[in-house]
Design a protein. Structure first.
Lengths: 459, 481
């Protein structure tokens, strides 16, 4: 029987010990009207060989594209050692480290993760991770409402150029608690937030949410926004790409006082694209807000002999202790993805991560320069960008995406998903994984597609 | 030793990242980083050795018996892991057009169908990323349902006192007030208290069945009737679904919506505390409110259904579509077992629990509910030992670690003092269970003969008992130079 070790003799002996005649008798407390006898609408089981054949065929159907699509999930090289070690059964099949003495491996690793993440963001504290970038932002918003006692009403100002899926996620997750979400507009020319900030009074706003880089890949003037928010007693929540933070100013150094809460998607740090998950969300903050933080925190302490060790700490914030009064209902973190990220950051080191960021930036510049040299193609927003940029095309972005798919190139994201006015706009991402040949192939395929589309229109 | 303490300035792995990347001269200097983050500088071998050594300080299913109640620590099949890690799946971007995502979409759609059939509910959304998010989705759907009918008075959620802590925390996140419902002495919900608690303010109830007390809630149909007649809806916490796979279905019990923990019932790895996955299933009444996206099929092609297709949806819970890799694993596991294998899961999980319970009772341990059948888990209490010997459930749990067994869940549910919640799962052999009984008998003997040995445990692990008070008072959450 698949994964069940019992022999017939075992079953007989066990039933005998219990004092029943059959396993069916063990379900005699279920009212008979509720019992079902089988799951016959489902198929019979497959063996590993047949399943292997089936899944390989499915995987092949989905694979094989050269990926120039980012929009919140990024293809980076993942060193071989990352998942070789992460995949060890002792990491893979352990549970939450409630028994600290039997979980020192996971606990120490999480402490090292918290350290690296806090240093990368330039803040004092990181938690042990949340589900993903978007839900981490929702938790950051709730945390800000608890932390900012100066605000009169739970109003949050959100950058209009935040990833639309992040905006939708926070709508779903925080609206039930009566939190008002308002939009900070972006400039149509630069794609970045307007330099003229709206008029607000002190204590009007709990927090301002800024994305760096923004959804279009653009780099925001974070110092000015941060200082403006702080002048009005609003907290600053930064949503950042962790690889970009090896190149761009870390949130802890934004403005005079630095961002207060930093969150984002951890996937670029050694996690495969894998249809969108499992990834992990990170959340960092200043020490003064640590007790408002949701999720697990690992602390270093000593055992009864004075030897250093690690344990879950400040658990009085959490649901299994505080129940209805907890900071969040969150129970898990994304331990395994964080294991991979910690190994990834250790292997690359600060200089390796910075090289990944710089190479991604240089590659995206190279593709952008070649593409905007093609007649009819222009750069949509004139701000500095990290590794994503938006081009405006003479045809719909959708038509180009379909044409390039035929050449096995995933060209980017059709921005009509964001707004109907952006239907000629394509969001493109290039990382360090792409070579000059890959970039040339993209340019040629796009030129070819434009010619083809032009001819079709003339016909 | 921390990884930072084996670091040496200037050491690098040149194979892992591009070399000599040009400086980003086009970005204004005031937007650039000027101080490198404090990361370790270590060789590839140092990294591999450090983290391999750390892994060996963990207990895990692969290395130890792990009878952690309410967590379903069953074997995580290697074949499943391997097939979900095929290159084509790993390199697949979540926003790839559906034409080039049919393999994944088919797998997700099939799992929706399988879960719908197993639960007796008509539709499934796979997006919640963990049990607690599945709970959030379900309770938010109940909230949206009442509001869609203009019924704004329903501001209370009922939660039994035996419930998981996530239940009340979730209902509060959804904007509800909590009313706790007591449990009677047999472990069932106190129906009189329930009748007294319901009214025009009742939005719904959150229940686990079998409950966290390890027993089946026998009067579930009465409970459903009381709640529905009061205008409320029923939420099923799927934490204990492993106990009833193919035996009965939450939909038939009268539940309107529920979540399923794929990392429990569907054997996906716990990963040291995640990723989990908590799909939510709903009946016809709540189907329109399911979180997006879900997967649709027109007989030829699979495609994403978004807010456009489901205008009443509570919305999106993640940047993409939940923990897709876990969903793939659950699909593979379910199809490896098939209809026969899935029914066997509950049968053998229940056999193992009842056998272990009978053996422990015969050996003189105190059961919390001796007149009840165990579900896939059961509770023993050390209240007597704590009083007479001064040895607590925590002490015994720590001593178990010395014997190479992970401790059961301790001090949960909160209703039973000094308790162990024990869940052996179906994948453990009779020998493993017998060994566990023998170890517990030995520890109980130790508690009589030399209680300090137990009170000071563990003795054989990488660390002795940790000073949690110091951890909380002198917060050390990150290493500094």
């Amino acid at each position: 029987m698949p994964f069940i070790p019992h022999t017939e003799d075992d079953v007989k002996a066990m039933l005998n010990t219990i004092g029943v005649n059959s396993t069916d008798d063990l379900f005699d407390e279920i009212p008979s009207g509720l019992r079902i006898r089988n799951l016959d609408a489902l198929d019979s089981g497959l063996n590993e060989m047949a399943m292997g054949r089936d899944m390989k065929e499915r995987a092949e159907r989905d694979g094989g594209l050269a990926c120039f699509l980012g929009a919140g999930a990024y293809e980076h090289h993942i060193p071989a050692a990352v998942w070789q070690i992460t995949g060890r059964g002792e990491f893979l099949t352990a549970y939450t480290p409630y028994q600290a003495e039997a979980s020192q491996g996971t606990l120490q690793l999480l402490y090292e993760y918290q350290t690296m993440m806090a240093h990368l963001m330039g803040l004092e504290v990181s938690n042990a991770s949340l589900y993903d970038g978007a839900s981490a932002l929702a938790e950051a918003v709730l945390m800000a409402v608890r932390a900012n006692t100066a605000a009169k009403e739970p109003r949050i100002l959100i950058a209009g150029n935040l990833h639309p899926h992040y905006r939708q996620t926070i709508e779903a997750l925080v609206r039930p608690q009566g939190i008002q979400l308002e939009t900070l507009p972006y400039n149509d020319k630069t794609g970045c937030l307007e330099a003229q900030f709206p008029k607000i009074e002190n204590g009007d706003i709990v927090a301002v949410v800024i994305a760096q880089p923004n959804f279009f890949g653009g780099i925001e003037e974070v110092d000015a926004i941060t200082d403006w928010a702080h002048q009005h007693q609003a907290l600053v929540i930064a949503v950042v790409n962790p690889i970009a933070m090896a190149l761009l100013k870390e949130p802890g150094a934004w403005g005079q006082r630095g961002a207060d809460i930093v969150c984002g998607e951890g996937q670029p740090l050694g996690i495969p694209l894998a249809s969108g998950g499992p990834y992990f969300g990170f959340l960092c903050t200043k020490m003064e807000y640590v007790r408002q933080m949701p999720g697990r925190l690992i602390g270093r302490t000593v055992d009864q002999e004075g030897k250093p060790g690690f344990s879950l700490t400040l658990q009085a914030r959490e649901q299994h202790i505080r129940r209805a009064k907890a900071t969040s209902n969150i129970c898990t973190n994304q331990g395994l993805a964080v294991t991979a990220a910690t190994i990834y950051m250790s292997l690359l080191g600060a200089s390796g991560l910075s090289d990944v960021a710089k190479a991604s930036h240089a590659n995206s510049k190279a593709l952008c320069t070649s593409l905007t040299a093609i007649p009819g193609i222009s750069l949509r927003f004139n701000s500095p960008y990290f590794h994503e940029f938006v081009i405006e095309c003479p045809c719909t972005a959708d038509a180009l995406i379909l044409a390039l798919l035929k050449k096995n190139i995933l060209a980017g994201l059709d921005l009509s998903v964001l707004s109907p006015e952006l239907d000629h706009c394509l969001l493109i991402c290039v990382t360090e994984t792409k070579t000059a040949d890959d970039i040339n192939a993209y340019v040629q395929a796009l030129e070819h597609a434009l010619q083809h589309i032009a001819t079709t229109v003339e016909d | 030793m921390l990884i930072f303490e084996i670091s040496a300035k200037g050491r690098r792995n040149h194979l892992q990242a591009p070399r000599n990347a040009p400086e980003a001269n086009d970005i204004p200097a005031h937007l650039l980083r000027h101080k490198a983050p404090l990361f370790p500088e270590v060789s590839e071998l140092q990294v591999v050795r450090h983290y391999t050594q750390l892994s060996r300080k963990n207990f895990s299913i692969d290395t130890q018996f792990y009878p952690l109640g309410s967590c379903t620590m069953k074997y995580n099949p290697r074949g499943v892991h391997q097939l979900a890690s095929l290159e084509g799946f790993l390199q697949h971007h979540p926003l790839t057009p559906a034409s080039h995502s049919q393999g994944y979409l088919q797998s997700a759609y099939e799992l929706q169908q399988i879960l719908s059939h197993i639960t007796g509910l008509s539709a499934v959304s796979l997006t919640p990323m963990a049990g607690a998010q599945g709970e959030f989705a379900g309770v938010a759907m109940i909230r949206a349902y009442h509001l869609s009918r203009g019924d704004t008075a329903r501001t209370e959620f009922l939660v039994p006192d035996a419930a998981h802590g996530t239940n009340p925390a979730t209902a509060v996140m959804c904007g509800f007030r909590i009313k706790e419902i007591p449990t009677d002495k047999h472990g069932d919900v106190d129906l009189d208290a329930l009748r007294a608690a319901v009214g025009p303010h009742t939005a719904g109830i959150m229940l686990t069945n079998p409950s966290t007390l390890g027993v089946f809630e026998r009067r579930i149909s009465d409970i459903a009737k009381i709640i529905h007649e009061a205008g409320g809806l029923l939420y099923y916490d799927g934490a204990n679904l492993n106990a009833i796979l193919g035996k009965c279905r939450p939909g038939d019990m009268g539940f309107d919506v529920m979540h399923i923990n794929l990392h429990k019932t569907f054997a996906t790895p716990h990963g040291g505390g995640g990723p989990g996955s908590g799909p939510v299933a709903a009946n016809e009444r709540l189907k329109p409110f399911l979180p997006t996206p879900t997967v649709g099929y027109d007989g030829k092609r699979y495609r994403w259904l978004t807010e456009k297709d489901c205008p009443q949806s509570i919305g999106r819970l993640s940047a993409f579509m939940g923990n897709a890799g876990i969903i793939l694993r659950a699909n593979i596991y379910a199809r490896l077992l098939g209809r026969e294998g899935l029914c066997r899961v509950s049968e053998y999980a229940t056999l193992n629990a009842n056998y272990l319970m009978a053996r422990l009772q015969q050996a003189g341990f105190t059961l919390a509910f001796p007149d009840r059948r165990a579900s896939h888990e059961f509770i023993i209490t050390f209240k007597k030992e704590a009083k007479t010997l001064g040895v607590s459930a925590k002490d015994i749990a720590k001593r178990l670690l010395d014997y190479g067994v992970h401790a059961p869940t301790t001090y949960f549910p909160l209703l039973v003092p000094e308790c162990f919640l024990i869940e052996p799962t179906e994948t453990e052999s009779k020998e493993e269970l017998d060994n566990f009984v023998n170890i517990l008998i030995t520890i109980l003997q130790e508690a009589h003969d030399s209680p300090d040995l137990v009170k000071q445990a563990p003795h054989l692990l990488p660390v002795r008992r940790l000073d949690d008070l110091k951890a909380a008072r002198e917060l050390d959450l990150t290493w500094r130079e």
